[in-house]
Design a protein around this ligand. Structure first.
Ligand code: MN
Length: 400
């Protein structure tokens, strides 16, 4: 490993190598509670990987081992009706208090909280845009619950994803549907404590949808501009194919919009698979680092995984995702902006892209990851280490 680090140092200089190690050490990402829960493999007869967490406390146990092995994932994302309700209808603050104490005991934190707009009575017609006022009120109430607990026990951030939309043209009036979303959000913003930060997630599609109410970042942006202390959540799986996500991030940074990121991998739909090492994510990190929104807490950018392992080992899927992000971040850390700009100024198109890709695509930065782990006294190979713990055998036996 030392030899490989030396090669990187020779090529990029000591300063770049040290910065990359520092970045990998300091980066953190929130872990979704739901990845450990009762998600199945869909078309494979409702298969759920053995040892799945049956409640929020077991999810926290799983998150704890990820944190111990990787040093990442100190904060846990939660979903109100999955994690703080016994009947998936009524949230209960008593559960939140217990969860908070449990997290504290394990040296973990309650992260961003999401109201669950896709569960609950009569939610099949939507949440904030339901034609039924009592349904809208029910979800407004749940949003207030989420914001109260985020403020009292967490990081004062709530993240909203809406399943609202339509299956067929003509089913709803698109303009009125948007207006109802906007007006309900404005009503909610007035009721939610002003210091609670709201993230609005957009999503182009759900299976069978003709329209989703907030399909793209333009719609999320317009809505966020109407609300105080509000930003946009970019989920990698929620775009049309071919869209340049790093360009979206670059634009939002320049416009000083506060954002969140949900990292995952998708192939055809919103698959939410384990994060793979990808040039796209490295390029995203390039702009995030350039815009100083990764480590500068005042900029209020939030990073989380949003994955759902249907057949693979959940804990290994999360560890793999974390490692992929570390690699993409490390790669982006090596780009010398001045050098790149010099090539751009000369209009040296091919050399500029070759220089960029030599780092983003071709450089093996794993020695940086290993060094960062070594310095933090973490196992060099967390998946191998996980298998040694026998934790998997234990949960598969206990959680039946
Ligand atoms: Mn998401």
């Amino acid at each position: 490993m030392e030899k490989e680090l030396e090669i990187l140092t020779k090529k990029f200089g000591k300063e770049k190598v040290e910065k990359a190690i520092e970045n990998v050490k300091n980066f953190d990402v929130e872990i979704p509670s739901w990845v450990f829960g009762k998600f199945g493999g869909g078309r494979f007869g409702g298969y759920i990987p053995p040892g799945y967490a049956r409640n929020i406390f077991e999810k926290i146990d799983d998150a704890e081992i990820v944190y111990k092995l990787t040093g990442k994932g100190k904060s846990i994302l939660t979903h109100v009706l999955w994690d703080f309700s016994l009947d998936e209808t009524n949230p209960d603050e008593k559960i939140v208090k217990k969860v908070y104490d449990y997290l504290k005991k394990k040296n973990l934190l309650l992260g961003t909280v999401s109201p669950t707009y896709f569960l609950g009575p009569n939610s099949y017609m939507g949440s904030f845009t339901s034609p039924l006022k009592e349904v809208r009120d029910y979800f407004i109430k749940q949003t207030l619950f989420a914001s109260n607990i985020a403020k009292k026990y967490g990081n004062s951030v709530i993240s909203l994803w809406f399943p609202d939309g339509s299956l067929y043209p003509g089913e709803i009036e698109l303009d009125e549907n948007y207006k109802l979303m906007r007006d309900t959000l404005i009503e909610v913003r007035k009721k939610v404590s002003q210091d609670v930060f709201i993230l609005i997630e957009y999503k182009l599609f759900e299976p069978t949808t003709y329209s989703t109410t907030i399909p793209d970042w333009a719609t999320a942006y317009i809505l966020s501009k109407k609300l105080k202390n509000c930003g946009i959540l970019i989920d990698l799986g929620h775009h049309p194919f071919g869209i340049n996500i790093e360009q979206i991030a670059a634009t939002l940074i320049i416009e000083n919009i506060k954002c969140g990121f949900h990292f995952n991998t998708r192939y055809a739909a919103d698959d939410d698979q384990s994060v793979e090492v990808s040039p796209t994510i490295s390029r995203i990190f390039y702009y995030l680092l350039k815009g100083d929104v990764v480590f500068n807490k005042n900029k209020k950018w939030f990073y989380a995984l949003d994955i759902a392992a249907g057949r693979e080992n959940r804990i290994e899927s999360v560890i793999n995702s974390i490692e992929s992000l570390e690699i993409c971040l490390a790669k982006a850390s090596f780009v010398d902006i001045e050098k790149l700009k010099h090539l751009q100024k000369k209009y040296d198109i091919i050399c500029a892209t070759r220089y960029f890709n030599e780092i983003i695509v071709l450089t093996d930065v794993r020695p940086v990851i290993y060094q960062a782990r070594k310095e933090k006294k973490l196992p060099l190979n967390p998946i191998e280490e996980y298998r040694k713990t026998q934790y998997q055998e234990k949960i598969e036996k206990e959680r039946k």
